[in-house]
Design a protein around this ligand. Structure first.
Ligand code: GLV
Ligand code: MN
Ligand code: MN
Length: 423
């Protein structure tokens, strides 16, 4: 299975599955599939059906992660261990069709091809479709992968979405079970490793003219809710010098944050992605603003230093403007190196396809960050057109999809050889 026709055909199968998933949305006309939404339910059901059709043992854990297990083919010393392959099926609002979904489709196609090629594995293989990677609906992120890795935090269940729906209640509505979260955990000793294929979501591979890249580390990130309280007033009568305008305070803070990020090192980036202004009327001075801040860097020190600077500057702005500014940190994940041995295994698979084995860091967050806390974890990137992601224009060509899926199949074969199978 090395010829380009076969690669193309594999890519077409991946594309067809991605298209089927892309049709499942909470918002007709665009792809929006938030954690525990009706569209997430339908996507999870489709993935479960695909798993069953490929002969996998299907289950859904307490957090809604769909899991498909291929039993080991041998009874040797690795038979009680498993290799995990997966990614997420939740999306951002108005998403593209590749982010997350490709990693799940790759796991399914790998399982299908292993069977079709008569491969015998000394370990189990489990395909995972996580549900809470994007962190768009609830102020959590990576929570379903954190549960599998044994790091779920009970207080996440009490977090609410913008409509006041608690995660706990949404989970029950989805068919999950908050009382059984511990059962979702896989003990580290039972895991060979976790592998995730993902679109790059950046321009590096395209710029280099290379389809595939092995991820070295994932940028650390922190997420905050910023709440600013000022005072409502008449837009026509209150002189500028007497206002306590919550939105003007945020605007000033936003430019400071942008400047700090531009001055920062290690690819420091900071984004205010959502702003709610209250009362939200054209002729009323804003009394309250709630905003989100997402801040990341390739190493932890510049990110933590920037956060300190931002908070200090916020205090100065608050004093000067007579408003209150509160920060609530709801996510803090350190920079996460990928497992060296699994990186090499991925690089060998890429090299066997005759492609360059570029190594590159990830600026985006991934389930692999949560998984790496408990299991050796590594990621393969496939080139994204123009580096565009979190956007319906997200695109990866069929041939690249085929190459990426074939590389994932080959890394499984390589690990099977390393762990003593005839494969
Ligand atoms: C997930 O896509 C993230 O990096 O925000
Ligand atoms: Mn993703
Ligand atoms: Mn994403």
């Amino acid at each position: 299975m090395t010829d380009s026709l076969a690669i193309h055909e594999l890519g077409q199968r991946a594309q067809a599955m991605l298209d089927d998933l892309a049709a499942i949305t909470d918002e007709p006309g665009r792809i929006t599939r938030l954690y525990l939404s009706p569209a997430h339910r339908r996507a999870a059901d489709l993935v479960a059906r695909w798993m069953a059709e490929r002969g996998l043992g299907v289950s859904e854990d307490a957090l809604g992660t769909v899991r498909g297990f291929r039993a080991p083919d041998e009874t040797g010393p690795q038979a009680n261990r498993r290799l995990l392959i997966g990614s997420h099926i939740d999306t951002v609002i108005d998403a593209g069709r590749y982010d997350g979904n490709l990693g799940v489709v790759a796991g399914l196609l790998a399982a299908e091809e292993l069977n079709a090629r008569g491969v015998k594995l000394p370990f189990g293989l489990e395909v995972l479709a996580f549900g809470d990677e994007e962190g768009v609906r609830f102020p959590t992120a990576l929570s379903s992968s954190a549960a599998l890795a044994g790091n779920y935090r009970g207080e996440w269940l009490d977090m609410a979405d913008r409509n006041g729906v608690k995660l706990r209640d949404a989970l029950v509505g989805f068919g999950g079970d908050p009382a059984r979260i511990r059962e979702a955990t896989v003990p580290p000793g039972a895991v060979i490793g976790y592998l995730e294929l993902h679109i790059e979501q950046g321009p590096v591979l395209e710029h280099q003219g290379e389809p595939l890249g092995v991820v070295t580390s994932i940028a650390g990130q922190a997420r905050f809710r910023i709440a600013i309280t000022g005072e409502a007033g008449h837009a026509g009568t209150v002189p500028m010098s007497l206002r306590r305008d919550a939105f003007a305070a945020l605007a000033e803070l936003a430019t400071v944050i942008e400047r700090f990020a531009r001055e920062g090192t290690a690819n420091l980036v900071a984004t205010i992605g959502r702003v709610d202004v209250k009362p939200g009327a054209i002729n009323v001075i804003p009394a309250e603003v709630e905003a989100t801040l997402d801040i990341r860097a390739g190493s932890d020190a510049p990110r933590l230093a920037a956060i300190e600077r931002i908070r200090h500057e916020a205090d100065l702005i608050a004093n000067r403007r007579g408003v209150k500014i509160r920060f609530e940190r709801f996510l803090d994940v350190p920079t996460c190196p990928m497992d060296a041995g699994l990186q090499d295994a991925l690089a060998a698979a890429v090299a066997s396809l005759g492609e360059n084995t570029r190594r590159l860091p990830s600026g985006a967050g991934h389930d692999a960050m949560a998984m790496a806390r408990s299991f050796p974890s590594a990621m393969l990137f496939v080139r994204s057109r123009a580096g565009i992601s979190h956007n319906p224009a997200e695109f990866t060509g069929v041939n690249d999809l085929g190459l990426a899926v074939e590389a994932m199949i080959r890394v499984v074969l390589g690990l099977a050889r390393r762990h003593g199978a005839a494969a």
